[in-house]
Design a protein around this ligand. Structure first.
Ligand code: NAD
Length: 374
């Protein structure tokens, strides 16, 4: 099998495979073509790919010869016309948010896989880009907040007076939220966190944060551990609890998401107006509507003296280690598609291959994506 590694389009700076991953795949008897400059933004130059056993070539050659094309994010529209029906596409292309792209892949009779639909099972953990990239996002969100906050995170007692530690409120305690809690605690902040899933309470507390309790959340075992839409009554109580904590917070890190749905609105514009001037809100959910009513995706705005940063792609700001994790996830997934002789082997009996496939033989294959397009 020939695997073609494409260069993503800026502002995406990550690369889907680093030279170390390429070496591993070459050892598995595959041929790797790398588009020239593919890893440049992630500090992996062409010579490192060549040394790892890849052939570094122009984009056209990759597109013409590869059986499987891989990159980090969704393809540019201009690329779609150059894809061939028998090719396989692999990236994190967020099919639930890019339905027209899914339809285009189906029309083109391309088999496509999207890394963000990998089942969240123990077996698939080593391929789980949502977790690895959320780890980066939670970490970087706290650093960004600290840079924009006009105060310290840790407590200081000095001859020049006592500085109180910053109050950080984390909304949503999934992978990104838990990482944000851990980093904010290490930086000396006092942290409170809220999530609709009561199962995370112990994890939050074990990281040294307080868990904001709101009774009566709806949980659904069938949701695979994900949050589900809540009742109006619960949302009202939740809102009151969040409002109280937000008013005291210097930093609010918003990470609450519901897969395939608009992000829950947790910080209204009235709550922002009640916050202390100089406070910072980081909204990791900004690309799916945002947890804060005033956040704007990919923008930093100041409202009522509060800095609001809408940023759903922190991993691209840390391309080296984010690519290291992403590349390992991709390489582990590719192993499932390769037989002992390095040939393509699509085994749809494998639940991970099945769960990650979005289009196949001109049809939308993934049931969840199909239900959204119906
Ligand atoms: P996510 O990015 O989908 O959402 C982030 C958090 O927001 C979640 O904890 C969610 O409960 C929370 N949330 C949603 N609506 C909310 C609301 N109205 N108010 C407050 N919080 C709200 O989550 P994720 O980090 O991708 O994790 C999702 C699930 O997958 C979790 O159960 C996690 O433990 C599980 N998971 C499993 C594996 C594995 O076994 N391989 C790996 C990673 C995560």
């Amino acid at each position: 099998m020939i695997i073609g590694l494409l260069k993503d389009t800026l502002p995406e700076r990550r690369v889907a495979l680093l030279p170390t991953n390429v070496k591993h795949l070459v050892d598995r008897k595959t041929t790797i073509l790398v588009e020239t400059g593919a890893g440049a933004e992630a500090f992996a130059d062409d010579s490192a790919y060549s040394e790892a056993g890849a052939r570094v070539v122009q984009r056209n050659e990759v597109l013409e010869q590869a059986n499987l094309l891989v990159q980090v994010a969704e393809p540019d529209v201009s690329l779609l016309d150059q894809l061939q029906p028998e090719q396989i596409w692999l990236s994190e292309y967020k099919p639930l948010w890019h339905i027209s792209l899914v339809k285009k892949f189906a029309d083109l009779k391309l088999t496509s896989f999207s890394m963000d639909t990998i089942p969240r099972t123990t077996r698939a953990q080593a391929m789980d880009v949502l977790s690895s990239q959320a780890t980066v996002a939670g970490y970087k969100a706290v650093l960004d907040a600290a840079i924009h906050l006009p105060s310290f995170f840790p407590m200081f007692m000095s001859a020049a007076g006592t500085i109180r530690p910053a109050n950080v409120l984390v909304l949503g305690a999934g992978v990104a939220g838990l990482q944000a809690i851990a980093v904010a605690r290490r930086m000396g902040a006092q942290v409170a966190a809220f999530d609709v899933r009561s199962a995370v309470k112990e994890e939050v507390m074990s990281l040294g944060a307080r868990f904001v309790e709101v009774e009566g959340a709806k949980e659904d075992d069938a949701a695979g551990g994900y949050a589900v839409e809540q009742t109006e009554e619960y949302k009202k109580r939740q809102q009151e609890a969040i409002n109280q904590h937000a008013a005291k917070a210097n930093v609010v890190i918003c990470t609450a998401q519901i897969p395939g749905r608009k992000a829950p609105l947790l910080i209204s514009k009235e709550v922002v107006a009640d916050m202390q001037p100089g406070s910072v809100i980081i909204d990791l959910a900004s690309s799916t509507g945002g947890n804060c009513e005033l956040s704007e995706d990919n923008k930093t705005v100041v409202k009522h003296g509060v800095t609001i940063i809408g940023q759903s792609n922190y991993p691209t700001q840390m391309p080296k280690d984010a690519s290291k994790m992403f590349g390992t996830n991709v390489s582990n997934f590719l192993e499932l598609l390769i037989d002992d002789e390095g040939n393509l082997h699509l085994d749809f009996n494998n639940e991970i291959v099945r769960g990650t496939c979005i289009t196949h033989q001109g049809e939308i294959y993934n049931e969840r994506v199909k239900s959204v397009t119906a």
